[in-house]
Design a protein around this ligand. Structure first.
Ligand code: AMP
Length: 189
C-alpha cells in the first residue's frame, strides 16, 4: 500500500495537492479537518467538542482524533493506499498512526512536506477566508494556528527525518509545478 502523509503548515496547499494525488494514484484521501467539519455540521458529540478548539485555532485532543481516524481507516480497507492530510499533527498522533498501520500490515511510505514561507501562508489563508466561510480563516485564528504548527506539529519534521521518511518539497509556485515535484518524489518510492 502507498500511504502518504501530506505534511505542512496551514495554507501550505495540502488539500489542493491531495485532490490531485488521489486522482493520479487512486488513493483514499482522509482529511481530519474535513471529517471534523462534517461532524460539526451534523452536530454530533464529537463535532460539538471539536468546534471550540477549531474556532480558537487549537488542536482537538489526540485521543479524540486518533479514535476518529481509526474509524475512518476501518471503513476503507480496500483502497490501494491512503493520503493522510492534516494528520498526524503531534508526536503521539505519529506514534498512533504507525501502530494503526502496522496492525493492518502496512506502514507510512513517505511524508511529503510542503515547505512555504510564513508570509505566503498568511496571504493564502486570508484569501481563502474571503470565500471559504471557515470560522478559523481570520487573522487572529490564523496566527494561533501557525503558532500551534510551529510548537506542536513542526517537531514531527525531525521525527520523520530520523525515520528516513521526510521528503521536503518546495511548496511555492504554480499548483502544477508543485504537483510535478510531488509526483517525482512518489515515483521514486
Ligand atoms: P485543517 O482543515 O487541517 O486546517 O484543520 C482545521 C482544524 O481542525 C485544526 O486547526 C484543528 O483545530 C483541527 N484538526 C484537524 N486535524 C487535526 C489533528 N490531526 N489533530 C488535532 N486537531 C486537528
Amino acid at each position: 500500500m502507498l500511504n502518504i502523509v501530506i505534511f505542512g503548515a496551514p495554507g501550505s496547499g495540502k488539500g489542493t495537492q491531495s485532490d490531485l494525488l488521489k486522482e493520479k494514484y487512486s488513493l483514499f484521501h482522509i482529511s481530519t479537518g474535513d471529517v471534523l467539519r462534517a461532524e460539526i455540521k451534523n452536530q454530533t458529540e464529537l463535532g460539538k467538542t471539536a468546534e471550540g478548539y477549531i474556532s480558537k485555532g487549537q488542536l482537538v485532543p489526540d485521543a479524540l482524533i486518533i479514535d476518529m481516524l481509526a474509524g475512518v481507516l476501518d471503513s476503507n480497507k480496500d483502497s490501494k493506499g491512503v493520503i493522510f492530510d492534516g494528520f498526524p499533527r503531534t508526536l503521539p498522533q505519529a506514534v498512533a498512526l504507525k501502530e494503526m498501520l502496522n496492525a493492518r500490515g502496512t506502514d507510512v511510505s513517505a511524508v511529503v512536506a510542503l515547505e512555504v514561507e510564513e508570509a505566503e501562508l498568511i496571504d493564502r489563508l486570508l484569501k481563502r477566508g474571503q470565500i471559504s466561510g471557515r470560522s478559523d480563516d481570520n487573522f487572529e485564528t490564523i496566527k494561533s494556528r501557525l503558532d500551534v504548527y510551529n510548537n506542536q506539529t513542526s517537531p514531527l519534521i525531525n521525527h520523520y527525518k530520523e525515520e528516513g521518511k521526510y521528503k521536503g518539497i518546495h511548496g511555492m509556485g504554480s499548483i502544477d509545478d508543485i504537483f510535478g515535484r510531488i509526483s517525482d518524489v512518489i515515483e521514486a518510492i
